[in-house]
Design a protein around this ligand. Structure first.
Ligand SMILES: Cc1cc2nc3c(=O)[nH]c(=O)nc-3n(C[C@H](O)[C@H](O)[C@H](O)COP(=O)(O)OP(=O)(O)OC[C@H]3O[C@@H](n4cnc5c(N)ncnc54)[C@H](O)[C@@H]3O)c2cc1C
Ligand code: SF4
Length: 334
């Protein structure tokens, strides 16, 4: 049996202090990922710091017209919040495309950001996995790699990040609020997750004891023209093979701003900012420019034999997402 201590944090500062005081500690939120990993002997924390009683369950309007979402807001509560469905429909769609209703009721947004990969070798302690056991190798390189990364991988790990919500947050240019030993700080969502490089076990840029306290959405939610397209083996209860979160602001028929991110294809939500910038100022019906953009994104792909199909799937998914988003005309009401 793997022994661990359990403490319930009384405040954000208490949570950070308890975590910092115990090497090998982890925070417990909804437990839908952490507890599974403990049961499978993949994670063996020395201490559990329960954060579920912290006052981080509010969704509030920010002064500059955005939304601040406490990290303990559940995936369901966020998806069904009227402000989110009206102003950030691609985020609501991404949340509702994930897991099942029961899991979304327990899962928190902080835990969703830090959920671990679904690489089957990571979950199997009998196999080599640099992420689970650094230096042991990567069984997926020459194994079953149908679900794995086509962008930004390394010879040490080709896992993908499984979250749907994170893909939407990347497209929306969200910001994170965190608290740690040195106080509080904010960071752009894009800088949270790392690519695997030589250290795939280091998945984020957070310090060990840093607690995510909130996610902040900017005012721009692309309510009128957006979509979350998730392609998977089954239509429910399955992780993405490829997903696309897309929001476009169109004025007088011209694309004036956009956010486009891919899921299921890299160790983090994947975005090609340079290619995306070339679409700004283009007519919204310029299908050739959109096709060129999709080609530019997938030109960076470096697939394995088992997942080469994802390259064309990603290209087509991007084009389809633009068709759907530009045909939609969601009314921003909140
Ligand atoms: C069967 C199944 C299917 C699923 N399908 C999908 C899917 O299709 N799409 C999808 O996106 N997700 C899916 N999920 C994953 C699910 O969304 C995550 O398990 C969930 O969001 C994790 O949230 P939690 O609150 O339960 O986190 P926990 O399990 O409590 O924690 C997860 C990790 O985050 C850390 N953590 C939690 N909160 C904080 C915080 N505030 N600050 C710092 N660290 C923190 C924990 O220490 C732990 O390492 C699925 C899960 C299951 C079990
Ligand atoms: S892809 Fe990453 S998570 Fe999967 S076996 Fe290789 S090192 Fe482990």
């Amino acid at each position: 049996m793997n022994r661990f201590s359990y403490e319930r944090a009384k405040s954000v500062a208490d949570a950070v202090r308890l975590h910092a005081a115990t090497p090998g500690a982890v925070f417990l939120a909804g437990g839908t990922n952490l507890v599974d990993l403990m049961r499978e002997n993949v994670m063996r924390p020395a201490a559990i710091i329960d954060i579920t009683r912290l006052p981080l369950r509010d969704i509030e309007q920010t002064q500059d017209g955005g939304l601040r979402i406490g990290s303990l807001v559940t995936n369901s509560a966020l998806a069904w919040d009227a402000r989110v469905s009206a102003r950030y429909p691609l985020l609501a769609q991404a949340l509702l495309a994930g897991a099942s209703a029961q899991i979304r009721n327990a899962a928190t947004v902080g835990g969703n950001l830090l959920q671990r990969t679904r690489c089957l070798y990571f979950y199997d302690p009998a196999t080599c996995c640099n992420k689970r056991a650094p230096g042991s190798g990567c069984a997926a390189l020459d194994g079953v790699n149908r679900m794995h990364a086509i962008f930004g991988a390394s010879e040490h790990c080709i896992a993908t990040h499984p979250s749907d919500m994170c893909v939407a947050l990347e497209a929306l240019d969200a910001t994170l609020h965190v608290a740690g030993r040195r106080g509080t700080r904010t960071l752009p969502f894009d800088s949270l997750h790392r690519l695997p490089g030589r250290t795939p076990h280091r998945e984020t840029t957070l310090a060990d004891e840093e607690l995510i306290t909130a996610i902040e959405l900017p005012r721009e939610g692309y309510a009128r023209h957006s979509t979350y397209l998730k392609l998977r083996d089954r239509q429910s209860y399955a992780f993405a093979l490829v997903s696309v979160a897309l929001g476009v602001r169109v004025e007088d028929g011209v694309m004036r701003a956009l956010g486009c991110a891919l899921g299921g294809v890299a160790h983090k939500p994947w975005r090609n900012g340079e290619a995306q910038a070339l679409l700004i100022g283009r007519a919204a019906d310029d299908t050739r420019a959109i096709a060129r953009y999709a080609d530019a994104v997938v030109a960076q792909a470096d697939p394995r034999p088992g997942n080469a199909f994802k390259v064309d799937l990603a290209r087509r998914a991007i084009v389809r997402a633009f068709e759907v988003a530009l045909a939609s005309n969601g009314e921003e009401s909140a």
